[in-house]
Design a binder for this molecule. Structure first.
Ligand code: FAD
Ligand code: NAP
Ligand code: SF4
Length: 678
């Protein structure tokens, strides 16, 4: 008996059966580019072994024009197809199924060979595409068909034709990117001809026993997006054209609505797929922010879809499906939807990985093999650096004592989890706690460790993961009672007045502003309806693209908050590449004032005295009840020198090593890699 009967019911497609309802959604990981087939094979092998029903690869261009970026993955020749055999064989050996995603970037291409229905540059790329001639459109269709045929030769079980997210196919559908006057533009019948032709000609070329998934943009989230009637017409035509499955696409990349970030409520968009369920008969896949088995089960039990697409959750834990099926859901390493190591890497041209699982996409080089020589190791600090080190060390067979001065594990993550919109950190902590329970690690809480204790214990190695201490900004008057720091506010629950100035606009300054702008106990991810209203998302039947014509004002902020930095330029410039804009937009709607180029002159009864830039303007008092210091952090590693002096093998990791630009991604990666090497 499984706790997830819907999730583990096989899906019969007639010519083949998918063993459960979990589809691994397509992700660009960077492994698609160049000849990295061995790494790809290892990456997908683990997911297939973890019992994913159907894997979809990252996007491959059907021709050079369709590249996402120069020399991105492409599949158009027999030679290229043969190289994929390593990947498809690996998946099949594990009893899995895999489809290749055909992705033509259209005007989102980051290179000068971009083509599109109309010569219009996108707001998120610097290249203006070439407008295709009528014959040029035919050439692109042939490229899709050829790519599908090559995929079959390469051993894939199917293809996913990428028709959403604002890429090439999607651009033909709406008038703001398609202003053609030939048979590929004009009325909707003409605009939807391209995807329908691609699917029907592909079906003809690959035969009946090959999976064709069509990823359909069910809600564009852009002005002048498709109407619901148009979307339904397209879905029905795609079904008739021979698609096996329709997958749900949510929002174009240029949409100004977050669709997968951590502040997006879980299963926030499955209602859109459910709407489409009434219109077509073929299986529908739903997606976005489904990160735990009980959420997936709820979605299926509610009849929202026939399958769920999990993408990032399978970076976080390749064994997601297996653990759920075996009744071990509490052992799943949960994707916290931070984007820090996956999407942010993709957009920085780095290989993707995962904050909570640094092995993701690094399966060939980061392995936790049994140790030939067992050692006694002390890990000091149970923040993410210490926790991941201790767990990997114990998995490898070492004897590990893990100490923390606090009464719970997690270090600073215990502050992150109280920020509205960061509730997922609770699950990350739950995962760590469960793993410690299951492991042989001896956990000592409430144990502030001194160097002498460690010297007496004669450990083979001591790992210092003691984190950081808040930076002292040395501002005149900072010992005034109205001054607090982020630890006072987030961990010690210090009362905060109605008018607040925050010194420092890094990740923590932004989070503290978010925390203080909300009323106590209010969560940004609690109520889906409110969240949709706040971002102006409506039923696509009510408004084109599912965007409200006028956006509802959010609840008034709990406080009057001013966020400050000394640098000139945009505040929060170093926040996540794909999420920084969301934090800035949220604070703006909450009325948080953001001021840069300031000098902090003094803190006193009147509040905070600031000047600007070269100080030519008169100093200004900010009349605030509290000044909150979020001015960065310094490493805390006082244990290091005495231990080194006592001749002990010492390793320093996480914030204790380098505090600048520290995040949980670096802490976990560094800890896991050190533990893999000892
Ligand atoms: P810490 O988490 O600081 O842990 C150090 C531990 O050592 C503590 O538990 C401490 O009690 C213990 N310790 C110290 N001295 C001793 C001693 N002598 N004996 C025993 N124990 C000791 N990062 C992200 O990646 N994404 C985010 O979204 C994010 N949001 C954040 C939001 C907030 C509000 C904050 C404060 C941080 C956030 N971070 C985020 C940063 C992230 O939490 C840190 O980078 C990470 O926790 C650092 O890990 P660490 O293990 O090095 O140190
Ligand atoms: P930070 O990002 O380094 O920001 C520190 C802020 O303090 C900056 O705005 C800096 O701007 C200011 N500052 C630095 N020295 C100062 C001084 N002497 N006096 C006054 N102001 C000073 O550090 P953080 O905000 O403490 O965050 C710590 C780490 O946690 C970050 O590296 C971050 O990656 C991580 N984190 C991540 C997230 C996330 O969502 N990914 C969230 C929270 C935290 P000026 O110098 O211009 O004034
Ligand atoms: Fe999920 Fe963050 Fe890992 Fe990406 S990096 S898969 S969002 S936990």
């Amino acid at each position: 008996m499984t706790a997830y009967p819907n999730l583990f019911t096989p899906l019969d497609l007639g010519f083949t059966t998918i063993k459960n309802r979990i589809l691994m959604g397509s992700m660009h990981t960077g492994l698609e580019d160049g000849n990295q087939h061995a790494r790809l094979a290892a990456y997908f092998r683990e997911r297939a072994r973890g019992d994913v029903g159907l894997i979809v690869t990252g996007g491959y261009a059907p021709n050079r024009a369709g590249w996402v970026k120069p020399f991105a993955g492409k599949l158009s020749t027999r030679g290229e197809a043969m190289k994929h055999r390593t990947v498809t064989d690996a998946v099949h050996q594990e009893g899995g199924k895999i489809a290749l995603q055909i992705l033509h970037a259209g005007r989102y291409a980051y290179h000068p060979f971009a083509v599109a229905p109309t010569r219009l540059r996108s707001p998120i790329t610097p290249f203006t595409p070439r407008e295709l001639s009528t014959a040029g459109v035919e050439k692109q269709i042939n490229a899709f068909v050829n790519c599908a045929v090559r995929s079959r030769e390469a051993g894939y079980d199917g293809v996913e034709i990428m028709g959403s997210e604002g890429y090439f196919i999607n651009e033909f559908l709406v008038t703001h990117t398609n202003q053609r006057t030939d048979q590929w533009g004009g009325d909707y019948e003409n605009r939807m001809r391209l995807p329908v032709e691609i699917v029907s000609r592909t079906r003809e070329a690959v035969g009946d026993d090959f999976i064709i998934i069509y990823r359909l943009s069910m809600i564009d989230l852009i002005p002048d997006g498709s109407s619901w009637d148009e979307t339904v017409r397209l879905a029905k035509a795609i079904e008739r054209a021979g698609a096996t499955i329709i997958n749900t696409g949510i929002g174009w990349h240029e949409a100004r609505v977050p669709t997968i970030a951590t502040s997006v409520p879980r299963k926030a968009f499955t209602w859109v797929t459910k709407k489409m369920k009434q219109e077509v008969q073929i299986p529908l896949v739903t997606s976005n922010r489904i990160n735990l088995p009980h959420i997936a089960e709820e979605v299926l039990a509610n009849g929202d879809a026939d399958m769920v697409s999990l993408a990032r959750p399978l970076l976080a834990d390749p064994e997601f499906a297996k653990k759920a099926h075996q009744g071990r859901a509490d052992e799943i390493n949960v994707c916290i939807a931070c984007n820090q190591a996956c999407l942010d890497h993709t957009f920085s041209n780095k290989t993707s990985s995962c904050l909570v699982n640094p092995r993701a996409c690094h399966e060939t080089e980061l392995n936790y093999l049994p140790t030939p020589t067992k050692r006694r190791i002390a890990v000091i600090g149970a923040g993410p650096a210490g926790l991941s080190t201790a767990l990997v060390l114990s998995e490898r067979g070492h004897e590990v004592d893990l100490f923390d001065a606090a009464d719970r594990v997690g270090g600073q993550l215990n502050m992150a989890k109280v920020i509205p919109g960061k509730e997922e950190f609770h699950d990350m902590l739950r995962y760590f706690e469960r793993q410690i329970e299951l492991s042989s690690v001896r956990l000592h809480l409430g144990a502030k460790v001194a160097a002498t204790d460690l010297v007496e214990q004669r450990y083979n190695d001591v790992i210092i993961a003691t984190g950081v201490t808040p930076r002292d900004p040395k501002i005149s008057g900072q010992d005034h009672p109205k001054v607090l720091n982020y630890v006072d506010v987030l961990r010690r629950g210090a009362p905060v007045g109605e008018r607040v100035a925050i010194i420092g606009a890094g990740g923590i300054g932004f989070d503290v502003a978010e925390y203080l702008a909300h009323n106590e106990g209010e969560s940004a991810t609690m109520n889906l309806d409110e969240w949709l209203a706040e971002w102006g998302v409506v039923d696509p039947e009510a408004s084109r693209g599912g965007l409200a014509l006028d956006r509802k004002r959010p609840a008034p902020p709990a406080r009057d908050v001013t966020l400050l930095q000394r640098k000139q330029g945009k505040l929060g410039a170093k926040l996540g590449k794909t999420t920084g804009w969301i934090h800035r937009a949220t604070l703006k709607t909450k009325g948080v004032k953001m001021i840069g180029d300031v000098n902090y002159e003094r803190i006193g009864d009147e509040g905070l005295l600031i000047t600007f830039g070269d100080k030519r303007e008169k100093p200004t008092w900010l009349d605030v009840d509290n000044v909150i210091l979020c001015a960065g952090q310094e490493p805390l590693r006082e244990l290091k020198d005495p231990l080194v002096a006592a001749g002990i093998n010492v390793h320093v990791i996480g914030g204790a090593d380098v505090a600048a630009e520290l995040d949980a991604k670096r802490a976990i990666n560094q800890g896991s890699r050190l533990a893999a090497s000892l």
